[in-house]
Design a protein. Structure first.
Length: 118
């Protein structure tokens, strides 16, 4: 949601549409970069067609920081967290994943790189 929220384009009126647009942007970026992306969303799960290179996951529980907790859990479980970059503007999540060995990129900076793929 940090990446979605980094552009005040009315996303809050259509969270599902915002997630779909982000997944499409991530797919273009992943294809260009030869990368794989895990998009972790919070809220009630819904069907979202993920483009090649993008895996979509929903936080398994609701509430404050649910997606952050899921991201941190996945980084902790990754056999090579040093190969992981987490995109977030949340200071606490950044601290948690850095402590586990992952890199962090700010949501606004990453959004700028995504927008360059359009």
């Amino acid at each position: 949601m940090n990446v979605i929220g980094s552009r005040p384009d009315g996303w809050w009126r259509d969270r599902r549409g915002a997630a779909e647009r982000l997944a499409a942007d991530l797919g273009r970026w992943a294809a260009r970069e030869g990368a794989s992306v895990l998009l972790v969303l919070d809220g009630r799960p819904f069907a979202l067609r993920a483009p090649a290179g993008v895996t979509v996951a929903f936080a398994p529980r609701g509430g404050r920081n649910a997606a952050d907790d899921e991201i941190a859990r996945r980084v902790d479980a990754d056999p090579d967290p040093g190969a992981v970059t987490v995109v977030t503007s949340d200071g606490e999540l950044a601290r948690r994943v850095r402590a586990a060995g992952a890199a962090v990129e700010g949501a606004g900076a990453f959004r700028g790189r995504l927008d360059a793929t359009r």
